[in-house]
Design a protein around this ligand. Structure first.
Ligand SMILES: [Zn+2]
Length: 347
């Protein structure tokens, strides 16, 4: 029996979680040549300090799920640290290691699209910011040519390059939100305590790129503006399952406003704020995510949207004591909660 007086550390309080998939060109290398990403990379690198300033101002704890290759100082180190077993890449879709081998002399100054150790260091130095993993080379688990052995080798490479920077990775975000039970089990085995799951609703199920047909894309877009799939907040405490990383499901992607829908962007911000309020009032979790490079276009406009969301969080914090926790914080809290619950049951 659980002690009737037992209270979880954040019992009754809502939680606001933010995770960012930090990848620069490695998130799109399979369909966009690096020279077509240069302007975006430049603008993203300028936007990141702006995002950090806002996180500091509003006391936001966020997880920066970072592609391991970004942590390398140069191509040679990125290759030296590459996985012992590699997945196969279809010809024509690009292979990150071929790209690196073709440009062995590059570093952060000459290839700011590929390497960002100075930014990783900057993020890690800001209070409340967690450096998590987005795999070593943006390994998309459900694409063809993948297998569990090479996935495991990729995650090992991610952990080892992080270690060279003094980082012990706790949280993992699966590239393109593609995962299955096997990949989660491998992550746990290698020491990851938390993973980001997908929002509820069939349109958000993990799927390979080819399976995301236009109907799914349209429904996802519609759900940004209208509550087609509800608030997508999550019950707390999150359930801890033995020998599995804590699943911290996403609620919403902070999508950059498509040009044609820019006039309606207030509706999408309002939808996010309403769901955050619901989470705060009902002691649930709301988990917002995006890529820093989503702020590498129309940066001022994106930052204004973020300002509104974070100001709303501060209102919810003051009114309902909503807490900002990153994925690592949540994993620590949830595991502690479970541990304390077991102790309470034993009394
Ligand atoms: Zn990604």
């Amino acid at each position: 029996m659980i002690d009737a007086n037992y209270r979880m550390p954040y019992a009754g309080k809502g939680v606001f979680t933010i995770s960012l998939d930090f990848e620069l060109h490695w998130g799109v290398f399979d369909h966009t040549p690096v020279n077509k990403f240069s302007e975006r990379a430049k603008a993203t690198r300028l936007a990141i300090p702006e995002i950090l300033l806002r996180f500091e101002k509003h006391k936001i704890h966020a997880t920066w799920a970072t592609v391991g290759l970004l942590m390398a100082d140069n191509s040679a180190i990125a290759l030296k640290n590459s996985p012992s077993i590699n997945r196969s890449y279809q010809s024509g879709t690009g292979n990150p290691y071929d790209l690196l081998r073709s440009s062995p002399e590059l570093d952060e100054a000459s290839a700011p699209e590929w390497f960002a150790p100075s930014l990783v260091e900057k993020v890690a130095s800001v209070h409340g910011q967690e450096i998590g993993s987005h795999t070593y080379a943006h390994y998309c688990m459900l694409e063809s040519g993948t297998d569990t052995k090479s996935f495991e080798a990729d995650l090992k490479a991610a952990r080892s390059i992080a270690k060279t920077r003094g980082l012990n990775l706790k949280s993992l975000v699966f590239p393109r939100n593609q995962y299955n039970d096997e990949s989660a089990a491998i992550a746990w085995k290698l020491g990851f305590e938390a993973v980001r799951g997908n929002p509820e609703g069939w349109i958000y199920d993990p799927m390979a790129d080819k399976d995301i047909h236009v109907g799914v894309k349209l429904l996802r877009l519609l759900d940004d503006y209208l509550p087609v799939f509800g608030h997508n907040t999550h019950e707390l405490p999150l359930s801890v399952i033995k020998d599995q990383p804590l699943n911290i499901p996403a609620s919403k992607f902070l999508r950059p406003s498509p040009r044609a829908l820019k006039a309606f962007s207030q509706f999408s911000v309002r939808r996010i704020k309403e769901s955050m309020t619901f989470a705060a009032q009902h002691g649930r979790m709301y988990h917002l995510w995006w890529h820093p490079h989503n702020f590498g276009h129309d940066t001022k406009f994106q930052l204004e949207k973020l300002d509104q969301i974070l100001t709303h969080y501060n209102f919810l914090n003051q009114t309902y004591d909503m807490q900002s926790l990153n994925m690592g914080d949540l994993a620590t809290e949830s595991l502690k909660t479970q541990h304390e619950r077991v102790l309470a049951e034993a009394v």
